[in-house]
Design a binder for this molecule. Structure first.
Ligand SMILES: Nc1ncnc2c1ncn2[C@@H]1O[C@H](COP(=O)(O)OP(=O)(O)OP(=O)(O)O)[C@@H](O)[C@H]1O
Ligand SMILES: [Mg+2]
Length: 246
């Protein structure tokens, strides 16, 4: 391909991404885990775009690679091949600091196994992304208090993660992921440990943000009630994403 054609392709690429308000654009992602002399190809060439305000559900059997994909989309692990852009910016080659800032500003992440900081209280865990983002302690704690209340945990602010139930920890993780008003929430089984009433409340909270603030949602779930509430549904199968709905 000539230099000019390459240039035009690159411009088109960027234009396509910009015109659809791309929050995350992933192209041809591959991930192979190497363990000793075995290499396990988990993702085999996934292209996946998330635009502002969209909602996506990803379903698929255990071990299919859903969490692996979420980690790549959120810049929490590196690709074997392919490219991830967040807000139009390629994350490969960014310093840890720059990547951290990009994530902090634009993405909220709920891990499958929530990763709260054990030595900090629920309130402090929720306030943490704001403090890291440079907000002063008073404002950060005020916002965190508001989010504690939104997830129904006003009375648990001083508890450390070890003093909370699994479902309460998950709600703290949701509040922590949303407190910074991210452009996209990446949620890996966010309601897995919750009873159906609380799960519904958490889902409604996510959908309200999606509709009210245009927060994009990417939700990995085994719960078809949740998947069906997302505009787009995908199944992870044999290292690729297949569209489930039209
Ligand atoms: N760090 C790693 N090293 C080696 N193999 C890994 C690693 N992380 C994941 N895998 C393998 O990759 C495959 C996909 O794992 P992943 O956690 O993405 O699955 P999943 O679809 O999220 O499953 P579940 O529904 O059980 O959460 C699994 O076979 C797993 O053993
Ligand atoms: Mg998983």
């Amino acid at each position: 391909m000539s230099n000019e054609a390459l240039f035009n392709n690159a411009v088109m690429d960027d234009l396509n991404i910009m015109t659809v308000n791309s929050v995350i654009a992933a192209k041809n992602l591959k991930k192979t885990f190497v363990q000793g002399k075995f290499s396990v190809p988990v993702l085999k060439g996934i292209s996946f775009n998330v635009s502002a305000g969209q909602s996506h559900a990803i379903i698929g059997s255990s071990g299919a690679g859903k969490s692996t994909l979420m980690h790549l989309l959120g810049g929490l692990d590196t690709v074997s091949e392919g490219e991830v852009k967040v807000m139009g910016q390629s994350i490969a080659g960014l310093s840890e600091k720059k990547l951290g800032q990009l994530r902090n500003k634009h993405l909220g992440f709920i891990y499958q196994f929530h990763h709260l900081l054990p030595e900090f209280s629920a309130l402090e865990n929720i306030a943490m992304p704001l403090l890291i983002g440079g907000l002063n302690k008073k404002k950060a704690h005020a916002l965190a208090t508001d989010w504690l209340s939104q997830v129904g945990l006003d009375h648990r602010g001083d508890h450390k993660p070890g003093e909370l139930s699994g479902g309460e920890r998950q709600r703290v993780a949701l509040a922590r992921a949303l407190v910074g008003s991210p452009d996209c929430l990446l949620a890996d089984e966010p309601t897995g440990n919750l009873d159906s009433t609380t799960a519904k409340q958490m889902l409604d909270l996510m959908l309200d943000l999606n509709q009210g603030l245009n927060t994009a949602l990417v939700v990995v779930t085994h719960d078809m009630n949740i998947a069906n509430k997302m505009q787009n549904q995908w199944r992870m199968n044999d290292g690729l994403l297949q569209r489930v709905n039209e």
